[in-house]
Ligand binder design. Structure first.
Ligand code: G16
Ligand code: MG
Length: 219
């Protein structure tokens, strides 16, 4: 049976959160706002616009629309400087093993990310050819927990939602997968991702038997 396996990017395939953190922290500090790693956690899976809105809320700051746009551009330029230096060593453990196993079993593979930089990141880590469909921040109008990003991925692969499996590291992403009626697999902390159907610390824990069972299971 052919199923679709939809992968989130940041926190699932690569850890770009550390680069978002450096760029957001620089921006916040320039505005006199402190910004911690704990706050950065809350920006995982959140769109660029919403991330800046949250930072301004935390710092009790109001700025003009022009400055808002300028700050988003500056932040992205700094973030892209880090991205430019990425290579295959930044792929999280056992992600290629799971991708290659799914490909060997003729399963559909899509990316479902909130990032507008998803394609360049996949190119940097040389994984773009593994994906039949890439849905990212340039294709969606509604951010996770809205299921739009995953539903577009399913449609592009021609697979119905109940035959889709989503790998996600963020709470909003798990909620998006659940409301799309897809099987949700949390990658990360079990307490944080308790709404997921299954949770693993990382892909090293995802064995072939588990994948074979998923291929046979409906939500
Ligand atoms: C990623 C990150 C978020 C980031 C968002 C937008 O989402 O987790 O922290 O704010 O993309 O990224 P960009 O500024 O590159 O458009 P995901 O869905 O891949 O986890
Ligand atoms: Mg993520």
């Amino acid at each position: 049976m052919k199923k679709a396996f939809i992968f989130d990017l940041d926190g699932v395939i690569v850890d770009t959160a550390k680069y978002h953190f450096l760029a957001w922290q620089n921006l916040a500090n320039n505005l006199g706002i402190s910004f911690s790693e704990e706050q950065n956690e809350q920006l995982k899976g959140v769109s660029r616009i919403r991330s800046l809105e949250k930072i301004l809320e935390w710092g009790n700051k109001t700025i003009s629309e022009e400055e808002f746009t300028r700050l988003m551009t500056d932040k992205n330029e700094e973030y892209l400087e880090y991205i430019k230096k990425m290579d295959t060593t930044e792929i999280l453990p056992d992600v290629p093993r799971v991708l290659d196993y799914l490909i060997s079993k003729n399963q559909g593979i899509a990316l479902g990310s909130a990032s507008k930089n998803a394609r360049i990141i996949l190119e940097k880590v040389q994984l773009q050819e593994k994906f039949e469909a890439i849905v990212d921040g340039t294709n969606v109008s509604k951010a996770k927990p809205d299921p739009e990003v995953f539903l577009i991925g399913a449609k592009e692969l021609g697979i119905s939602p109940e035959n889709c499996v989503v790998f996600e590291d963020s709470v909003a992403g798990v909620q998006a997968a659940n409301s799309a009626n897809m099987i949700s697999i949390g990658i990360g902390n079990r307490q944080v991702l308790h709404e997921a159907d299954y949770v693993f610390n990382d892909f090293t824990e995802i064995k072939e038997d588990f994948i074979n069972n998923l291929v046979l299971t409906k939500k």
